[in-house]
Design a protein around this ligand. Structure first.
Ligand SMILES: *[C@@H]1O[C@H](CO)[C@@H](O)[C@H](O)[C@H]1NC(C)=O
Ligand SMILES: *[C@@H]1O[C@H](CO)[C@@H](O)[C@H](O)[C@H]1NC(C)=O
Ligand SMILES: *[C@@H]1O[C@H](CO)[C@@H](O)[C@H](O)[C@H]1NC(C)=O
Ligand SMILES: *[C@@H]1O[C@H](CO)[C@@H](O)[C@H](O)[C@H]1NC(C)=O
Ligand SMILES: *[C@@H]1O[C@H](CO)[C@@H](O)[C@H](O)[C@H]1NC(C)=O
Ligand SMILES: *[C@@H]1O[C@H](CO)[C@@H](O)[C@H](O)[C@H]1NC(C)=O
Ligand SMILES: *[C@@H]1O[C@H](CO)[C@@H](O)[C@H](O)[C@H]1NC(C)=O
Ligand SMILES: *[C@@H]1O[C@H](CO)[C@@H](O)[C@H](O)[C@H]1NC(C)=O
Length: 281
């Protein structure tokens, strides 16, 4: 076995002995989300456009070169999704259970590996650090995100639009696909657009033709976890992000001859819970 792999394996074995003990703990870590002060009111679009309310569709990243670059908020879960789904919890079919349905989970043993990014969704909450960072779990909800932390892969940061000026309850996600830890977690070529589309691909069971997408592309699919079944409709929309590399974090290595660092499209998801465990209320 390759030295690096055996080290990784050893690390994973050590971590796994800790996992059971820490797992309960991780579910009760203090949350960085801000509770909403106003009743939710959802516009027909499913979210309020941050650009019209002094916000931005790029995250705020510390220490970029040049300064001021951000990462695209390239997936939105519509506020018109089922209310139970929009709740940031693993129980009752909430967001964290939905993410598990396409094999994304909280970070390795509750340890936060990446640096925080912030965003302003224009909802009156101002600039807020990410609520959490969620990683591809390689099919293992307990320890798979440890593999992601080491080997790289899909991940996203997210924020909820729930401030007093624009409480849609929509979830804004900045997704990307990163290189292994040894490469300091740079984003792979075209890694924002691909990170988005591999998530959509896994939700819909379809290979998304990233380079051929337009603002009329739509997909749908069904996923399930823990007895809950989710039906997701996806619409790619334009107008929220520019089709450009300008101002996008890591733009020099992420852009390719065929695609800008961000192609200007956001995947808008509307999610309905279509099945529940027999024992749920
Ligand atoms: C936000 O994240 C930054 C960078 O990780 C950190 O320095 C800062 O303390 C965080 N702010 C809050 C309010 O948690
Ligand atoms: C599902 O996700 C994995 C890991 O990100 C990716 O390699 C694969 O291409 C995705 N599947 C589809 C159909 O997009
Ligand atoms: C993209 O469109 C081109 C031209 O229409 C076509 O040849 C190609 O097969 C398409 N690629 C995918 C992945 O759909
Ligand atoms: C789709 O994009 C085209 C430009 O490529 C634009 O003219 C059109 O208004 C957009 N449609 C929607 C529904 O956003
Ligand atoms: C796109 O770029 C133009 C020119 O820099 C800017 O005025 C506009 O606000 C940008 N649009 C979006 C959606 O970011
Ligand atoms: C990358 O973004 C910076 C601004 O943040 C811009 O000056 C530079 O031209 C961009 N590079 C490319 C290749 O678009
Ligand atoms: C990238 O965006 C620029 C405008 O910022 C555009 O001129 C160029 O054609 C785009 N390149 C690709 C590959 O989409
Ligand atoms: C981005 O702009 C390039 C150049 O105009 C164009 O070829 C490409 O189709 C655009 N991408 C999207 C998703 O509209």
């Amino acid at each position: 076995m390759h030295l690096e792999n055996s080290r990784t394996l050893f690390l994973l074995i050590c971590l796994s002995t800790l996992a059971a003990a820490l797992d309960d703990h991780r579910r009760t870590l203090p949350s960085r989300k801000r509770a909403s002060q106003t009743a939710r009111s959802v516009p027909s679009a499913g979210f309020y456009n941050p650009l019209e309310m002094g916000g931005s569709m790029l995250t705020i990243v510390d220490g970029t070169f040049p300064a001021g670059q951000g990462e695209p908020l390239n997936i939105i879960i519509s506020g018109n999704s089922d209310a139970a789904l929009l709740k940031d919890q693993e129980t009752d079919g909430g967001l964290r259970n939905y993410w598990l349905s396409f094999e994304y989970a909280g970070e390795c043993l509750g340890q936060h590996a990446g640096s925080d990014q912030a965003a302003n969704l224009g909802d009156g909450n101002g600039v807020l650090n990410e609520t959490d960072e969620i990683r591809y779990d390689y099919g293992d909800a307990q320890l798979g995100t440890c593999t992601e932390t080491i080997n790289g892969g899909g991940h996203f940061r997210y924020w909820t639009q729930n401030g007093k000026d624009a409480n849609s309850g929509a979830i804004f996600m900045a997704s990307s696909y990163e290189e292994p830890l040894v490469d300091e977690h740079d984003i792979i070529p075209n890694g924002y657009n691909l990170g988005r589309d591999w998530i959509i691909g896994n939700i819909t069971g379809t290979t998304i033709p990233t380079l051929n997408l337009t603002n009329s592309s739509t997909y749908s699919g069904t996923t399930s976890y823990g007895g809950y079944t989710y039906s997701t409709s996806v619409k790619y929309i334009s107008g929220l992000l520019n089709n450009t590399s300008d101002g996008v974090n890591h733009n020099l290595t992420v852009m390719t001859p065929d695609s800008n660092a961000t192609d200007g499209l956001v995947a808008l998801l509307e999610v309905k819970i279509t099945g529940k465990p027999a024992n749920s209320a």
